[in-house]
Write a protein that binds this ligand. Structure first.
Ligand code: ATP
Ligand code: MG
Length: 268
């Protein structure tokens, strides 16, 4: 069982899209998947067809504030092999509410560990969708995960935020989660007509070498439409040309043995 967080503190780079579609791709391969929506925006929740508006008391917030256990808040999605723990705006209060708890960075890890101990290995992968910040919630995800996938939008400034992210990951490795690995960097929203996309790709590959997945996710309308229908693109439009890429990427994730440590130096 692997716990993988999809992380980048930059907003709108394709984290949630990656989580939803990787989850769908892996569940298609008969892998049992649990998606945890760790973002108060609740985009992964709606993107997988569940509600993020109700005043429910069975979200990830209720686990992190100590009211519920993981097993009590897991919900079935309408997709086979794909369960989720939803989120809503309540989660935005957690940071203030837990201010006095010196161990709060470990709450998610402890809850997950207890759940996994009790339930055995029901899931092959737990995928965590992180919020666009380096806040408590992101630290919780970093502390709880075995490895990370970092989506990088092929736009200007994309690489700048990455330096800060790498420093944060390194800090977490040193102090809170020594085994944390980065699986790979995923280039997203690639537009082959735009010179900037190929420039950012070149810079990323020059710097991170084979750590950047060879599969690149292009800008694709179907991919952006699918969440408003509450479904992964694999189900929304099987014939969409991006589906093959997602399947390749997901195979990559399954077979890629090589994980890498964190780079210490910032980007030049
Ligand atoms: P946030 O930081 O707010 O959580 P995010 O990093 O999770 O954002 P997404 O929500 O996945 O990013 O994507 C941002 C927007 O871009 C969404 O409207 C999404 O539908 C769209 N999008 C993501 N990937 C693609 C793509 N390959 N082609 C076209 N649109 C995309
Ligand atoms: Mg998101």
């Amino acid at each position: 069982m692997q716990i993988i967080s999809v992380i980048n503190q930059k907003g709108g780079v394709g984290k949630t899209t990656t989580v939803i579609n990787l989850a769908a791709g892996l569940s298609h391969q008969d892998k049992k998947i649990l998606v945890i929506d760790l973002d108060p925006q609740g985009n992964a929740t709606t993107g997988l067809g569940l509600s993020n508006t109700d005043n429910s008391t069975d979200t990830i917030y209720d686990v992190l504030n100590g009211t519920k256990e993981i097993s009590e808040v897991i919900k079935k999605t309408e997709f086979e092999n794909l369960d989720m723990i939803s989120s809503n705006v309540d989660l935005s209060g957690l940071e203030v509410e837990t201010a006095d708890d010196g161990n709060r960075a470990f709450i998610l890890k402890l809850k997950l560990t207890a759940y996994l101990k009790d339930s055995g290995s029901l899931y092959d992968y737990i995928l965590i969708d992180c919020p666009p910040s380096l806040s408590l919630l992101t630290v919780m995800a970093l502390v709880s995960s075995h490895s990370l996938v970092v989506p990088l939008q092929t736009e200007f400034f994309a690489l700048e935020g990455l330096t800060q992210l790498m420093k944060t990951i390194e800090r977490i490795k040193v102090s809170l989660n020594p085994d944390l690995k980065i699986r790979g960097i995923l280039l997203t929203m690639y537009d082959k007509r735009n010179k900037l996309s190929s420039q950012v790709e070149k810079e990323a590959r020059d710097y991170f070498n084979d750590k950047v997945y060879s599969t690149v996710i292009p800008r694709n309308v179907r991919l952006s439409e699918a969440p408003s229908h509450g479904m992964p693109v694999l189900i929304y439009d099987k014939s969409c040309r991006v589906v093959d890429l997602i399947l390749v990427l997901q195979m990559n994730l399954l077979i890629k043995k090589q994980l890498w440590g964190v780079l210490h130096n910032g980007l030049k």
